[in-house]
Design a protein around this ligand. Sequence first.
Ligand code: KGA
Length: 283
Amino acid sequence: MTTVLYSTQAPTGAARLSSLGASTGTAGSDTPGPIATLQLDNPRHLNALSRQLTGDLVEALHRAKRDRCRVVVLRAAPGVTTWSAGHDVNELPGDGQDPLLWNSPLEKLLRAVRSAPFPVIAAVEGGVWGGACDLVSACDMVVATPGATFAITPAKLGVPYNAAGVSHFLGVLPLHVVKEMFFTAQPISAQRAEQYGLVNRIADPAHTLAEVTTDLAAQVARTAPLVVQAIKAEIAALTDASPITPEVFERLTALRRAAWSSADYAEGLASFHERRPAHFTGK
Ligand code: KGA
């Protein structure tokens, strides 16, 4: 059972969603269209970014590459109130390990989006939480409904976010907004996200999110794919560049280790499971 639906379509054609394993072309054809749509499809778990769902998304991105798609749309089912609840909290380690290791499933997914040879457009409806906000930030463009919200929640859960993740947010949002979002863990509206440049377009009520997103994707699909691929790689290389000395890296790691091995980390996870606010003591 996959947790992602996959389809391709021509810029003017209708999408036909299927489970990831099934063959799919544009409606009425077996030839893949240039626009691939990946739909998060685990509503029972609020599309939490579990090992399975992140793995399915990476596989779907590979498939879009094999299908020679020129642009990918990443969305949830129409009408959801939660686009994704973020990292699957049940899969965060409780045994003194770094919760966000380089090779963790979410990190692999973020790298797959950033290194994909085509633009990935997030089509957002509902709440985007924690690691899902990182995923949306890793996308190349974002279209949102007026009611969409975005929250960066590690400080609410006691999870010391890693420097790579923080740098992703610094790449798409102003400094003080990043600080506000990390330090308060409160959601910001789609309107604020658009004002800051995280969101490219808000779908106005006269058009559906799918229409606005497909219109944007169709424009990308008509441009020169090798140029788009090269420029995406150039932008990634230029925005990834952040000089950190080994000493600074070690200091940041020590600060993070102190957090993930603290009683507060256990308290953050316990508060989530017990559905109560966390009481953090700094120990
Ligand atoms: N991981 C695993 N299960 C989750 C989950 C998550 N991130 N979020 C929600 N669930 C489960 C929840 O335990 C419940 O399970 C079900 O989904 C419905 O949630 O039915 P069960 O077995 O009890 P709920 O809370 O009843 O739904 P709701 O009232 O509609 O509220 C939806 C939201 C999204 C507002 C609420 O569930 C919520 O606040 N979730 C946590 C959001 C969050 O803070 N995510 C960040 C996860 O951490 C993360 O990404 C990292 C790595 N980080 O921040 O550093």
